[in-house]
Write a new protein. Structure first.
Length: 271
């Protein structure tokens, strides 16, 4: 099955603090797909400049990416950048919506879902979300997670970074609020996977790792894949969970995988 990828890494923002780890993440993911999986350059769109990471541009590229996926393709959508959440109230109650921050605005999980659900049900779609609170976008939850105490940020390295501008104290989540889990409701395909940097209540971090500025989730996940690119999703995540959470480095985040349980026994990025 041919691989097609849309990779987004955003370091420069308007109105919120910049990062310096996400463009490197995007370039490293692109290199992994080209060098390890021989994905053709024409099948990869990598967005990381201030011009092409604005919301309207990202939305249009995501729509084009999904529209270009055929039933015989593997689509890989990767996002590295700020993540946040907002409280949204409607006739059904109070909801917590996870959001990805583009250069100038946020994209909610509802907006993402409305686009992603248009992919052919026969295609394999892999979403890798490296941002704070990213576990809020859920699909088919399986028992590869382990608990983390969601400890306070503990800066360890000189370039330590937190991938959100949201201060939880400024927007506390009431006990009666519900998490949307939009993709879980809208996409029932057994061929959809979501890999996230942390749980829906945790932050995601970055620092200098292996002499390069990276997000912890992207760096360690890429390392696990490079070590054995023919591993199953389950094996790779079990190895990843040996590294994260990592209190020594200040990376108090717990990676998550949401997928049909039987599919986690399949080889990553293959049919």
């Amino acid at each position: 099955m041919p691989i097609k990828a849309l990779i987004i890494g955003i370091d420069e923002y308007l109105g919120v603090p910049d990062l310096s780890i996400c463009v490197n993440d995007a370039l490293d993911w692109e290199n992994l797909l080209k060098q390890t999986y021989q994905v053709e350059e024409s099948n990869i769109v990598c967005l990381h400049s201030p011009f092409n990471t604005r919301k309207s541009f990202v939305i249009n590229k995501l729509k084009a990416f999904i529209n270009d996926i055929s039933k015989n393709d593997i689509g890989i959508f990767i996002f590295s950048g700020h993540g946040t959440y907002e409280l949204v109230e409607d006739s059904e109650g109070l909801w917590v919506e996870h959001q990805l921050r583009t250069r100038n605005d946020t994209i909610s999980e509802v907006e993402i879902s409305e686009i992603v659900k248009l992919a052919p049900i026969e295609a394999r779609l892999i979403c890798i979300l490296d941002s704070c609170y990213s576990g809020g976008i859920e699909l088919y939850k399986m028992s590869l997670q382990k608990e983390n105490n969601n400890k306070d940020d503990k800066q360890k390295g000189s370039h330590f970074q937190v991938k959100t501008f949201k201060k939880p104290d400024s927007t506390p989540i009431p006990d009666h609020a519900k998490f949307r889990k939009t993709l879980e409701e809208n996409i029932k395909s057994p061929n959809v996977y979501t890999l996230t940097a942390c749980t829906y209540l945790e932050k995601a971090y970055g620092d200098v790792i292996d002499n390069r500025l990276n997000s912890a989730f992207s760096r360690f996940l890429i390392n696990c894949i490079k070590k054995n690119p023919n591993s199953t999703y389950k094996a790779i995540f079990n190895n990843l969970l040996k590294t994260l959470p990592n209190d020594t480095l200040g990376f108090n985040q717990t990676p998550q995988i949401f997928a049909n349980k039987s599919n986690t026994e399949k080889i990553i990025f293959t049919n």
